[in-house]
Design a protein around this ligand. Structure first.
Ligand code: ATP
Length: 351
């Protein structure tokens, strides 16, 4: 008999379209429960985000953070509201705080095209790529520095530590081993010393994975190649800010932010969330595309690593592929008229 497992899942719906897409993620997880008879899931919702700041005075209340530390996994919708800022004007980004405090160094971002009509590129029939973004240092390192009032100069530091670079490169190589055995480092080693260092560490880590082929591409050239011939890439690994920018570009290749799931993974904890933000322009209209959230649920089930959750993850991806493989099934971002709920229902019904 299969070993029984109980999973405690913390759910952080957040702000804007976060709760709307989270409902559909929960719906699909419910539909998949029948495939996981040995697993029990307890989902508990906690406040986090700009709304939590308004009601609790803190975008990441202590009770929420300690629940996240205890959880087997965390599902997150999206966080931040345009009108809610820190007194110094910065946006609230508890999702980034969570990454840093739980040390979720590997941002795993699958880029999968489900139907050629979803991409703005001509003649792109298929795309299956994975971007691995360093999540805890890079150009986000000094993001909390507060410049002196009236400062004449403000610096941001691009921080690359040996430990940070080694672990994210290893994560990328391990992902490649499960895919097509190819990793491309995206850097700016022709200009920045921190990037020369990153490349040196990438080259060292590559020696540990002799069966994985490698490439090194400057970030500016990568922006070009992603538009010209994205299908030539398998796994990309890069620093935090480059990853931030390129993952939005890559999402654009497969239909937009509503199609791009993500997993922020550390050695002990992991958060699963769509790559998109709170989309204030469409929040409350019931038209957000829930696919990124639903695929993030699949990433969570895969990461939980039980034979049944891994199989359920595969089944969710198959259901998404079947539903979105029919171009009739489109939300507004893909040029269709399906509501968030209708697309969630269609995918859940396929499981
Ligand atoms: P952040 O800074 O948190 O990434 P943002 O406002 O820059 O937030 P998003 O919230 O991701 O970016 O929105 C970018 C664009 O993508 C918007 O036009 C938004 O409507 C669209 N978008 C984002 N998520 C979805 C979704 N799930 N379905 C449809 N459109 C979406």
């Amino acid at each position: 008999m299969m070993k029984q497992r109980e999973f405690q899942i913390v759910v952080l719906p957040g702000d804007g379209i976060g709760p709307e897409v989270m409902t559909e993620g929960g719906k699909v997880l419910d539909a998949a429960r029948a495939l996981m008879p040995s697993c029990r899931f307890t989902l508990t919702e906690y406040p986090a985000g700009a709304g939590a700041y308004v009601t609790h005075g803190d975008p990441l209340p202590d009770t929420t953070f300690s629940a996240c530390e205890r959880a087997d996994a965390i599902l997150l919708g999206a966080m931040g509201l345009p009108g809610v800022r820190w007194p110094d004007g910065r946006e609230m980004t508890p999702q980034i705080d969570l990454r840093e405090r739980l040390d979720l160094y590997a941002g795993i971002r699958p880029i999968l095209l489900f139907h050629p009509s979803h991409t703005p590129l001509k003649n792109l029939e298929a795309l299956d790529m994975l971007l691995v973004r360093e999540n805890c240092e890079g150009l986000f390192w000094s993001r909390k520095n507060v410049p002196a009032v009236g400062a004449k100069l403000v610096d941001d530091v691009l921080h690359v530590s040996r430990r940070g670079a080694e672990r994210v490169c290893r994560a990328a190589f391990r992902e490649a081993q499960r895919r097509r055995n190819h990793v491309t480092l995206v850097d700016k080693a022709n200009v920045l010393p921190s990037m020369v260092f990153l490349r040196q560490i990438f080259d060292e880590v590559a020696l540990e994975f002799p069966e994985v082929k490698t490439d090194r591409v400057y970030v500016d050239a990568m922006a070009l190649y992603l538009v010209q011939k994205p299908e030539r890439f398998d796994v990309l690994v890069t620093e935090n800010m480059f990853g931030d920018i390129l993952s939005d570009l890559a999402a654009g290749l497969i239909g937009g932010m509503g199609m791009a799931p993500s997993a922020d993974i550390g050695d002990k904890h992991a958060v699963f969330q769509p790559s998109h933000g709170t989309a204030p322009d469409i929040a409350g209209k019931g038209i957000a595309n829930p696919t990124a959230m639903i695929l993030s649920v699949a990433l969570m089930l895969e990461w939980l690593g039980h034979a049944e959750t891994v199989a359920a993850a595969e089944e969710i991806r198959r259901a998404v592929s079947t539903v979105l493989g029919d171009p009739v099934n489109r939300t507004a971002d893909l040029g269709g008229t399906l509501s968030t709920t209708a697309l969630g229902d269609a995918i859940a019904a396929r499981i």
